[in-house]
Design a protein around this ligand. Structure first.
Ligand code: GTP
Ligand code: MG
Length: 321
């Protein structure tokens, strides 16, 4: 693991990819290796600006990430993009589409794009993404962009691993119509109305001012920061630099107030507990005493002969006996 850690830190791309594959693996022996690797890498992490980017399907997230990523690379940044899509499998569906949409960025030497595979729980997706993020930081990336689709719960998980959470919207519809849950709007540190170009420009401005008013009524996601609303056109590359300027303002304020280290500390604490929950559950499920007559017990629960609560207690008692 030390050799792999050294190669990651030296910026070797193949080792970076191997390291991420390792942290994504669910095999028990791989989990142990991944933990050792992350321990080695930990002192070299923490140096990136971690940005979560969410929005309904078709809002233009991938186009936006590509435009922002290219600007950042041009400005001398090293940019890693992690695309979280709990609904697709590795190499499947929309991830492949994203790859093509981020065609230029994926060819840029100072950028690295990596889809996060689904499979397993949402907590698992967040865990793997978080670990992949740390590996990227150790490899020297100073910006990590995490893209996720804003329809389910994945953004709540993603908001729990980033420094700043950006919600990308298309002009027009209110959040319900865009399939974005109110709870997700509440997580936003920054709302960006995309597609502010051509015939949609006016509508984009209206949408932005609507959100400006709405956000005034919400409790800010980050203490001491009122969520900002901007417009941009990812397609034409207009307004992208302004978005980054606000991200940097956010980071500067969060560093100065101590909010950034508090947030990261809190995230690490929560991560520890979700790690505990996941691991306990994995061990419980594979425990011989638990598995003994599991089929019968489950059948009893299904048939209503045993209550779920009683069955759960029985399993837990066996496990902790
Ligand atoms: N007019 C206009 N169209 C845009 C803009 N940004 C993206 N689009 C278009 O919107 C469509 C969806 O863009 P994507 O970047 O794939 O959107 P996405 O949010 O990543 O979509 P999913 O990954 O499927 O959730 C594409 O046809 C883009 O060309 C923009 O700034 N202006
Ligand atoms: Mg996309």
């Amino acid at each position: 693991m030390t050799a792999l850690a050294d190669a990651v830190r030296a910026g070797d791309r193949r080792s970076l990819a191997r390291a991420i594959t390792l942290v994504e693996s669910t095999r028990v022996d791989h989990r142990d290796e991944a933990a050792a690797l992350l321990d080695e890498l930990l002192p070299s992490t923490g140096g990136a600006t971690r940005v979560g980017i969410s929005g309904a399907p078709g809002a233009g997230k991938s186009t936006f990430v590509e435009a922002l990523g290219l600007n950042l690379v041009d400005a001398g940044h090293e940019v890693a993009v992690l695309a979280v899509d709990p609904s697709s499998t590795l190499g499947g569906g929309s991830i492949l589409g994203d790859k093509t949409r981020m065609e230029q960025l994926s060819r840029a030497p100072h950028a690295f794009i990596r889809p996060s595979p689904s499979g397993g729980t949402l907590g698992g997706v967040a865990r793997r993404t978080r670990e992949a993020m740390l590996v990227c930081e150790a490899a020297g990336f100073d910006v990590v962009l995490v893209e996720t689709v804003g329809v389910g719960q994945s953004e709540v998980a993603v908001a729990g691993i980033v420094d700043v959470f950006l919600l990308l919207l298309a002009p027009g519809a209110g959040d319900e119509l865009q399939g974005v849950k109110r709870g997700i709007v509440e997580l936003a540190d920054l709302v960006v109305v995309n597609k502010a170009d051509g015939a949609l420009a006016d509508l984009a401005r209206h949408t932005a001012s609507d959100y400006g008013h709405a956000l005034h009524l919400l409790r800010p996601h980050t203490e001491g920061w009122s969520a900002r609303v901007l417009t941009c056109s990812a397609l034409q590359g207009v307004g992208i630099d302004e978005v980054w300027t606000v991200v940097e303002e956010f980071m500067a304020a969060a560093r100065a107030s101590g909010g950034l280290s508090r947030r990261r500390g809190e995230q690490a604490r929560e991560w520890m507990w979700s790690e505990v929950s996941e691991t306990v559950l994995e061990r419980l499920r594979s425990d011989a005493r638990v598995r003994a007559d599991l089929d019968t017990l489950e059948a009893d629960v299904v048939a209503g002969r045993t209550s779920p609560t009683a069955a759960a207690r029985l399993l837990l008692d066996r496990f902790s006996a």
